[in-house]
Design a protein around this ligand. Sequence first.
Ligand SMILES: [Zn+2]
Length: 322
Amino acid sequence: MALVTTTEMFKRAYDGGYAVGAFNVNNMEIVQGITEAAGELNSPVILQVSKGARSYANHTYLVKLVEAAVKENPDIPMALHLDHGDSFEVCKSCIDGGFTSVMIDCSSMPFEDNVRITKQVVEYAHDHGVVVEAELGTLAGVEDEVSVEAGSESYTHPDEVEEFVTRTGCDSLAIAIGTSHGAYKFKASQCTRNEEGILVPPPLRFDVLEECIKRIPGFPIVLHGSSSVPQEFVKIVNQYGGNMPDAIGIPEAELRHAAELAVCKINIDSDIRLAMTATIRKYMAEHPDHFDPRQYLKPARQAVKDMVAHKIQNVLGSAGKA
Ligand SMILES: [Zn+2]
């Protein structure tokens, strides 16, 4: 199977009450870990590339790594998606360069500007058989070059979604209901603490999600910033020389519930970063004499695979849906 768009994936996910995972790729080990897990579990998967990934690894390398993954896993539908494209030009270069899906994120601009630029990207993308994700509302947190301080995010206004989707012709819509980018999603002042002293985040705004679904029934919704920052990995990082105080994420049960509703794409990046880093820190501490990168990248790749398999089975519900 060649790379596909997300159209069929989202239709089946919407009807089937599950979501497709969109995992960020930055190097070979990450591409392999994600796609081996999806292949073994017979799950559709979206590999997404941010502006930061393109400047780190180079567009051509990433596309060729993904093409290799398609060849190695011929039985599962895979999409290659641009995460947070911030201009028509960036989207165009990905559409021209082999991507099957792009995001245009003008969510920080005034509504009319967001409509205008999104529509421009949609017209070009659809002419080239590529689908477009757009965004309304602002997430807090830090993701590559997107940075919004916790507390200054704004939830999506359900009143705007129908007009936005109709006027732009976009294929899916990212909304803000309280998820957040990065491993430090919330300020302590926004949270409570459990008996172990771990921060407990405010719950997602399912009322906002339900209102959006009412306005655009049948339309695929996307959640960004949906890592759960598993505390066992934060503990390993901190135990082996790291320092990640108060790193927390979105509870997996809330994401599972969102996946059963109209949410068809859930973005997960920080959990992959965390799994790799925890594994490498532990490995380095336990094997101070090793210096062959393959020795620590092998378990790191396995950690990516295990994390993605866990998400497919326990959060997304997409196992067996390829
Ligand atoms: Zn995002």
